[in-house]
Write a protein that binds this ligand. Structure first.
Ligand code: F6P
Length: 194
C-alpha cells in the first residue's frame, strides 16, 4: 500500500519567537530535525519516494536533505503557508493589540476569516485542490509544508469538517503518515525529540 507523508519544515527562527509567516531560515533545532527526517526515510526505504516542498526557505532547507533519498524533489508555490496579509511577521500578541477587532473575528470563525491583503483557510482549501487531486493519483509522496496547509490536506484525507480543520494538531518535528484504506485513511504520527 502506498502512503502520503506530511511534515512541517523544521523549526524556523520565526517559530522560535512566535512570529507568523515570513521567510525565515531554520533554527539550529530545525536543522537537526532535517537530518533526523533524512535518517527516518533512509531507514524506511520507500519505493520511488517523491518529495514536494513549498518554496519557503525553511521548507526548502528541510527538503534539501532528502535529495539523495528521493526520486524527485519538487518545489511548489501552492504549498506555501497561508498568507497572513497585514499580520505577516507579527506575533499573536502583536496581532491582538494592533488589530483587536480582526483578532476577535478570526477567533469567531477561523475557517472563513480572511486576513486583510491575505488569505483564509477557505481560500487555502481552494488553492490546494490541484495538489490534493495530484496526491490522490500518486504513489509514495512526502509533503514538506506548513501548519495551515497541512491542516487542509490532513482534513481532506481524514474527512474532518470545516469547524475542526483550522484547529487540527500538526506539531513541528512530527511525521504524519497517511495510508489510504477503503473510505478513509489510517493516520500514524511519529514525533522526533530534538
Ligand atoms: O506560526 C506558524 C504558522 O505556520 C504561521 O506562519 C501561520 O500563520 C500559522 O502557523 C497558521 O496557524 P493558525 O491558523 O493557527 O494561526
Amino acid at each position: 500500500p502506498r502512503s502520503i507523508y506530511l511534515t512541517r519544515h523544521g523549526e524556523s527562527e520565526y517559530n522560535r519567537i512566535g512570529r507568523l509567516g515570513g521567510d525565515a531560515p531554520l533554527s539550529e533545532n530545525g536543522l537537526k530535525y532535517a537530518s533526523r527526517l533524512q535518517n527516518y526515510f533512509e531507514k524506511e526505504k520507500i519505493n520511488e519516494l517523491r518529495v514536494w516542498s513549498s518554496q519557503k526557505i525553511r521548507a526548502a532547507q528541510t527538503a534539501s536533505k532528502m535529495a539523495h533519498i528521493a526520486q524527485h524533489v519538487e518545489y511548489w508555490k501552492v504549498l506555501d503557508e497561508i498568507d497572513a496579509g497585514i499580520c505577516e511577521g507579527l506575533t499573536y500578541e502583536d496581532f491582538e493589540s494592533r488589530y483587536p477587532k480582526q483578532f476577535g473575528e478570526r477567533d469567531k470563525d477561523k475557517y472563513h476569516y480572511r486576513y486583510p491583503s491575505g488569505e483564509s483557510y477557505e481560500d487555502l482549501v481552494a488553492r490546494l485542490e490541484p495538489v490534493i487531486m495530484e496526491l490522490e493519483r500518486q504513489s509514495n509522496v512526502l509533503v514538506i509544508s506548513h501548519q495551515a496547509v497541512l491542516r487542509c490536506i490532513l482534513a481532506y484525507f481524514t474527512n474532518q469538517n470545516r469547524d475542526d480543520l483550522p484547529y487540527l494538531k500538526v506539531p513541528l518535528h512530527t511525521v504524519i503518515k497517511l495510508t489510504p484504506k477503503a473510505y478513509s485513511c489510517e493516520v500514524e504520527m511519529f514525533k522526533f525529540d530534538i
